[in-house]
Ligand binder design. Sequence first.
Ligand SMILES: NC(=O)c1ccc[n+]([C@@H]2O[C@H](COP(=O)([O-])OP(=O)(O)OC[C@H]3O[C@@H](n4cnc5c(N)ncnc54)[C@H](O)[C@@H]3O)[C@@H](O)[C@H]2O)c1
Length: 307
Amino acid sequence: MQFLEDKVIAVTGGGRGIGRATAIDAAKAGAKVVVADYGVEMDGSEPSSDVADDVVAEIKAAGGEAIAIANDVGSMAGGNAIIEAAMDTYGRIDGAVCVAGNLRERMLFNMSEEEWDEVIRVHLKGTFSVYRNAAAIMRKQDGGGSLIAFTSGVWALGSIAQPNYASAKGGIVSLNYSTAVAMQRYGVRSNVIAPVANTRMSANVPGGLAETGEPEDISPMAVYLLSDQSKEITGQVYTVVGKRISVWSQPKEVRSMFTDERWTPASIHERIGTTIKHEELDMFTIMKEMAARAAAVKAAEESAGTV
Ligand SMILES: NC(=O)c1ccc[n+]([C@@H]2O[C@H](COP(=O)([O-])OP(=O)(O)OC[C@H]3O[C@@H](n4cnc5c(N)ncnc54)[C@H](O)[C@@H]3O)[C@@H](O)[C@H]2O)c1
């Protein structure tokens, strides 16, 4: 018995990078796959149906079953069309993996409304549009279903020039929790992967990535979470990179302070440092490491005479 035998799985962003690896591995595991990809450039421009078509051709050449759909996940109609394509062709939807994403990088104080909206739309609404339409069918079908979304470590760490992207990725984690608690009674699960892999999206990180791997290192975890073998798992967030899989803690309050009277700014000031004891943001440490890596790359280029 293969991990995804007889299952119908939709993968958004299935034409490139991590989505492509997931679509191909899902088909290898026995799934019928809806490869959904708008075929756009990193900033969302120049849509093309070629990338989804190419992955479908690759799956079919290897003896698998797949159909392509090239539409924008950032609208309700776009998300619905993906689920309808699965229903029209295969008659059910067992899993949906929301991988599609774009980038519009800018410092907070320079970011335009359009740059904010477009990234929130594609990542967060593009996950909601698929989750919502898949869940409406999964809750009524035998066997429920498995939903998987993609976040990034920046959802919790913050990101210097990606306030839109980090906020969308944080919203996706919150959507995961809400979906997990609301849909458990219907046998529908939701989990999130925070990947790191060499793709066009990760190509321009200043100083390079400290830890990375290939898209094919991520897809086995997606296949596992889609399968019935993981049916007890819901509401989790995993980092997947290279040979490492880590689970995130469930966010919770860690320390409290109490007063007999109502708090005043002065009494808060007096107690907060010793009682609440703030932790420094991990990103401050990461920023120092990134600066050191960027400086080392620049020094190596200068000594090699390439700049
Ligand atoms: N690569 C990494 O290291 C990394 C790190 C953290 C998070 N992620 C996340 O993983 C996911 C996949 O990233 P990737 O590196 O494979 O990127 P990628 O750019 O290689 O692939 C993304 C795909 O999404 C498609 N897409 C973009 N906008 C779309 C839209 N509106 N509708 C439908 N399809 C659309 C693109 O055409 C593209 O094929 C993204 O959500 C990304 O934020 C990646």
